[in-house]
Design a protein around this ligand. Structure first.
Ligand SMILES: [Zn+2]
Ligand SMILES: [Zn+2]
Length: 102
């Protein structure tokens, strides 16, 4: 529901415009719809952020600094036909490597 800025009467929707039934004053519609879209985008950004410290740890030797503890996770690389590859991230220097890189 919109009210006329000029005379305060109720306005009616006419395509993309609000039109006053009393004096004919017009103004564009659609402001309310844009606010809803903005809220959805902010919620999506929060979910994408990840925390490496929440990953599981295992015994694995870092090829970079020789540390023997690393975080690990599984990731599918190319297509769904191939098996998942295990990646390690050193707990000391944060070097990242694939399990099958020998
Ligand atoms: Zn009016
Ligand atoms: Zn390391």
């Amino acid at each position: 529901m919109e009210f006329c800025d000029e005379c305060g009467s109720m306005m009616k929707a006419d395509d993309g415009t609000w039109v006053c039934a009393s004096c004919g004053f017009e103004k564009p519609r659609g402001d309310a719809d844009e606010f809803v879209v903005t809220d959805d985008q902010e919620a999506g950004e929060v979910i994408e952020s990840s925390d490496e410290s929440s990953l599981p740890e295992t015994d694995a030797q870092c090829p970079e600094c020789g540390n023997d503890r690393a975080y690990w996770y599984l990731q599918q690389i190319r297509s769904a036909d191939e098996s998942e590859t295990r990646f390690f991230i050193c707990t000391e220097c944060e070097h990242k490597w694939r399990e099958d890189d020998h």
